[in-house]
Design a protein around this ligand. Structure first.
Ligand code: SF4
Ligand code: SF4
Length: 152
């Protein structure tokens, strides 16, 4: 029964080539990414209303070093030496109007795609895999706390 106990986490393909975490092959080198609703209090009904909050605009080496505390270094090393484990972040998602949302702010789908080529801010990125479930959100308060800088 190991399969049912597995914490869901999708494979992440990312097209946001201007992000400091982005790596050739459309990989994300972050240790974890946070997927949020773009506007506080306006819960997503389409994919343009979602965003990858972990996006940081790449501004040369200083920016890369600045993001070093959120890097999946083990996955990065394994990707380089070809052990076969894909470089992939964990996904924390509070977009509970998505049909793939899973209790505990998890994402229960095999793979997601983050779009927003040439983005200069996180609002220009999207989780393109979002699909509206038609359900009411229970996460608005949590997002408001997160926007105020409280722990996510
Ligand atoms: S935009 Fe998000 S998913 Fe894409 S590389 Fe940056 S942190 Fe990773
Ligand atoms: S597919 Fe849905 S649940 Fe998964 S990260 Fe994207 S918005 Fe969140």
């Amino acid at each position: 029964m190991a399969e049912t106990n597995k914490i869901p986490n999708p494979e992440v393909k990312c097209l946001v080539n201007t992000c400091t975490h982005w790596l050739p092959g459309n990989l994300c080198g972050a240790g974890n990414i946070d997927i949020l609703n773009e506007e506080v209090g306006k819960m997503s009904q389409n994919l343009e209303q979602t965003m990858c909050k972990t996006f940081e605009e790449r501004r040369g080496l200083a920016n890369l070093i600045g993001s070093a505390d959120n890097v999946n270094w083990v996955g990065f090393a394994e990707e380089l030496v070809g052990i076969g484990r894909r470089l992939n972040p964990t996904v924390t998602c509070i977009v509970d109007t998505c049909k793939y949302y899973h209790e505990g702010d998890l994402c229960n789908v095999d793979a997601i795609e983050i779009t927003g080529e040439n983005a200069k801010e996180c609002q220009a990125t999207n989780c393109a895999t979002f699909e509206y479930s038609g359900r009411q959100s229970k996460n608005e308060k949590q997002q408001q706390r997160q926007e105020k800088g409280e722990k996510f």
